[in-house]
Structures are given as structure tokens and as C-alpha cells.
Design a protein around this ligand. Structure first.
Ligand code: SF4
Length: 233
């Protein structure tokens, strides 16, 4: 068990001081705010590579988000890395750069990963549930998630991570097929089963939420410890 002092020291090492960033909506979900029901079996061809998948996504017009995006945001980091981080969707900065998790929340994610020996330049692959920026920085709608999540599932299959870190309720609820809020799902290792293979999955709060609610950072640290304890990164 990490002592309070050690935890504070580790937080300092993580650099997640009281920096604040507002998001459009609160992180904790109402149980009915996010339908799950995304059929993980509704998949693309099993042999599709990450490269082919990225080409498909780049020209995708399956949902209305294609009308307002600057570009699709497919992934960042190391393909086939042992750790895969899954977030919700691109924000303004991600839409502009084509990379997931940039800006303040991306910087916090990088510090969180670094604290457990992970990084997008070394052993981590990063993607989102939806690949196009929802206008106005709104949350992705259920129909958009249903259209886009088969790409994510194929992306996980093709990248083949040993462990998943699901950040924020959209990633968590989509891949765990649940409507439960993040707070009820933390603290245990879940399994995401794809093609008969169980992939351990740890859940935590989205970095943008942690920037806005620093009092929750100790829980995020506990989640990162749980991730580290899996011994897969
Ligand atoms: S969000 Fe996904 S499904 Fe919608 S247009 Fe973009 S890539 Fe296609």
C-alpha cells in the first residue's frame, strides 16, 4: 500500500499539480447517458492491418463527424506495444494535429504513463473510441460511437496489446459493454475478450477530468499502480 507521503511524492514526480482545464460536461456519467450495446462482434476483416485500417479511417464518412473534422485522428505511439491506452475522441488540438492526447490532457497522460514506466515513444500505443473531433468539444453521441467503434476493436486486435488502460467513461463503457460509471468500475482488472483472447483492462478517469478535479488524482494513481501490478509493461 502506498503511504500518503509517498503518494504525494509520486504525484509531484508525475507533475500533476492543481492545473485546471474545463471540459464541456462532467465526467461521471448518468447510468442512462451512454448506451452500451456496441456489438464487439460487428467487426472488420480479422486480417486488416493497422496501416490498412488507418487508410480506411482517413476517408471514412460513416457518421456526421466527417463533415466537421479537419482530419481523422487514428493513433499515436508504438504500434504493437504492450500497453494500449484508449480514450474517447479528438479535441480541438487533436483535430488540428492529427494526434490523440495532445494539449494539457495529453501532457498529463504522458506524465501519468511516465510514472509507471510507460511512454508513447517507447512501449505505449494510444487511440480513441471515435476518430473524428465532435464539434464544440461535445461528447461523442451513441450513434457515432456505434459507427466508429469497430475501427477501435480492429485496431486493438491488429496492435495486439498485452494490457489496456481505458481512460474516461466512453472508452470504458464501450469496451466493457456497460453503462456503469467510472467510479463503480475502478479498482479491479477487467477483461476485454476479442477473438477468444482475454486482454486485461484497467480503467481510470480521463486526464482532462483529472485536470478539472484534482482531488480524484489519488484514485488515478491507485489505478496506475493496478496497471503496473499486472507486470505487462
Ligand atoms: S468518427 Fe469514425 S465513423 Fe465517424 S466519420 Fe470519423 S472515422 Fe468515420
Amino acid at each position: 500500500m502506498t503511504s500518503t507521503r509517498n503518494k504525494a511524492d509520486l504525484f509531484n514526480a508525475m507533475g500533476i499539480g492543481p492545473v485546471w482545464e474545463l471540459r464541456s460536461q462532467d465526467e461521471p456519467s448518468k447510468p442512462d447517458a451512454m448506451a452500451s450495446g456496441v456489438g464487439l462482434d460487428e467487426m472488420l476483416p480479422a486480417s486488416l492491418s493497422l496501416e490498412s485500417l488507418q487508410e480506411m479511417v482517413a476517408v471514412c464518412k460513416k457518421c456526421g463527424l466527417c463533415e466537421t473534422r479537419k482530419q481523422t485522428v487514428f493513433a499515436d505511439g508504438i504500434p504493437h506495444a504492450p500497453l494500449m491506452v484508449v480514450g474517447e475522441g479528438p479535441g480541438v488540438d487533436e483535430d488540428a494535429t492529427g494526434r490523440p492526447f495532445v494539449g494539457k490532457s495529453g501532457q498529463l497522460l504522458d506524465r501519468m504513463l511516465k510514472a509507471v514506466g510507460a511512454s508513447r515513444t517507447n512501449n505505449t500505443y494510444i487511440a480513441n473510441v471515435v476518430k473524428c473531433h465532435p464539434p464544440g468539444n461535445r461528447n461523442p453521441e451513441q450513434a457515432e460511437i456505434e459507427q466508429c467503434s469497430p475501427y477501435l476493436v480492429q485496431q486493438i486486435k491488429a496492435s495486439g496489446p498485452k494490457v489496456l488502460l481505458l481512460v474516461g467513461r466512453f472508452a470504458i463503457q464501450t469496451l466493457l459493454n456497460t453503462k456503469k460509471p467510472v467510479g463503480e468500475l475502478r479498482g479491479v482488472v477487467h477483461q476485454v475478450t476479442l477473438d477468444g483472447r482475454d486482454i486485461p483492462a484497467v480503467v481510470t478517469y480521463h486526464p482532462a477530468y483529472l485536470l478539472r478535479r484534482p482531488e480524484e488524482k489519488s484514485k488515478a494513481w491507485d489505478d496506475l499502480l493496478l496497471l503496473k501490478q499486472q507486470g505487462l509493461i
